[in-house]
Write a protein that binds this ligand. Structure first.
Ligand SMILES: NC(=O)c1ccc[n+]([C@@H]2O[C@H](COP(=O)([O-])OP(=O)(O)OC[C@H]3O[C@@H](n4cnc5c(N)ncnc54)[C@H](O)[C@@H]3O)[C@@H](O)[C@H]2O)c1
Length: 340
């Protein structure tokens, strides 16, 4: 079995590579990543000598490069994590989101049709459903909830999901889609809420919280997301969407306060800043389908996951400090030149 994993130098993709390496040591894994600002080769450095792992630096929107990689590698399965993933950046510059998240997905779908694969799995997001009101806790996103996006990021991901469905219906490409809630855990780029708050608190810097911090997200430990994708690859039905979530809704302000508590830092580090434009109020995933049909359930309780995550950022200070200083970009050049 050979799996081609796009975006594997990013947060969830790299965790997925480590998960597959652990659970299926005989699988060959090929990582395709452009190494944008969000990719770090330092994350994958420990795998570079592994004979069952290959890294190819390539842009998923580059048809020729992708064609070359498919011709050389002939993957059995493709899992597409590659994306521009930060909502704030999509508000500043939507174009690159449409290029990578939408057109890039279409380039991969075309390559899969030409070369034939057992499965194309699209890693999507709960953000394609839009948001829910704060005062209706009984409402949750199911796979039947209409797509109703708010940001250029979520719109570009929803467009990709629709293309995946179209390729399944039109070309019979065996496609599955997972729509997951917010992830947290090791190797998350320090611009995202949890690592940003941890790194700033460790330096006793102010912690910027949008609005009053009342927006609610459903948090899932990243390895549980990886396990869900692995399960979908094994037993998921082509043409089907699977919601993935942990029934773990929390307000942003409560997450930030919990991090401060774990680190033993004072709450007066919190600074409230002007809210994000079009900020989604609440996301809540109903993961009944993946539980009933595929037997997946999250295994990490938030309390354990957040403690482990804070511990990881304390123990891997060099990893995120290299990102903050920009040193990781030289490492990206050096380490990718050696393998591509
Ligand atoms: N982080 C979350 O909470 C979350 C939740 C649900 C779904 N998702 C989805 O999971 C996927 C991975 O998210 P993440 O948080 O790991 O993102 P990330 O930003 O940490 O990583 C993205 C990776 O994709 C690579 N990449 C970007 N553009 C590329 C291109 N054109 N060609 C090749 N590689 C490219 C980057 O270099 C980086 O390594 C995304 O598709 C995202 O929409 C994320």
């Amino acid at each position: 079995m050979k799996i081609l994993i796009t975006g594997g130098a990013g947060f969830i993709g790299s965790n997925f590579i480590f998960y597959e390496r652990k659970m299926h040591p005989t699988y060959e894994l090929v990582c395709v990543d452009k190494l944008t600002y969000a990719g770090s080769m330092e994350t994958l450095e420990s795998l570079l000598g592994d004979s069952k792992f290959r890294f190819c630096r390539a842009d998923i929107t580059d048809r020729q490069e992708i064609e070359k990689i498919f011709t050389t590698e002939s993957p059995d399965v493709v899992v597409n994590f590659a994306a521009e993933s930060h909502v704030d950046r999509s508000i500043e510059n939507p174009s690159v989101f449409l290029e990578t998240n939408t057109i890039g997905t279409q380039v991969l779908l075309d390559a899969c049709c030409r070369h034939g694969v057992r499965r194309f799995h699209q890693v999507s997001t709960d953000e394609v459903y839009g948001d829910l009101p704060l005062d209706r806790p009984e409402l949750m996103f199911t796979e039947q909830t209409p797509l109703h996006t708010s940001s250029p990021y979520s719109a570009s991901k929803a467009a990709a999901d629709l293309l995946c469905n179209a390729y399944y219906r039109t070309y019979k490409l065996p496609v599955t889609i997972s729509r997951c809630s917010n992830n947290y855990g090791p190797y998350q780029f320090p611009e995202k809420l949890i690592p940003l708050m941890i790194s700033r608190a460790l330096k006793d810097q102010p912690l910027p919280v949008y609005g009053q911090g009342l927006n609610v997200r459903d948090w899932l430990y990243v390895e549980d997301h990886c396990a869900a994708i692995d399960r979908i690859l094994e037993a998921g039905e082509p043409g089907r969407v699977y919601n993935v979530g942990g029934h773990n809704e929390m307000r942003n302000i409560d997450i930030v306060k919990r991090i401060l508590e774990v680190l033993g830092k004072p709450e007066n580090l919190i600074t409230y800043v002007e809210d994000r434009k079009g900020h989604d109020r609440r996301y809540a995933i109903d993961p009944t389908r993946i539980h009933k049909e595929l037997g997946w359930l999250p295994s990490v309780r938030f309390e354990d996951g957040i403690r482990g995550t804070v511990r990881w950022y304390l123990d891997h200070r060099a990893w995120w400090e290299h990102i903050e200083s920009g040193a990781y970009q030289q490492m990206n050049e050096r380490l990718s030149a050696a393998v591509c």
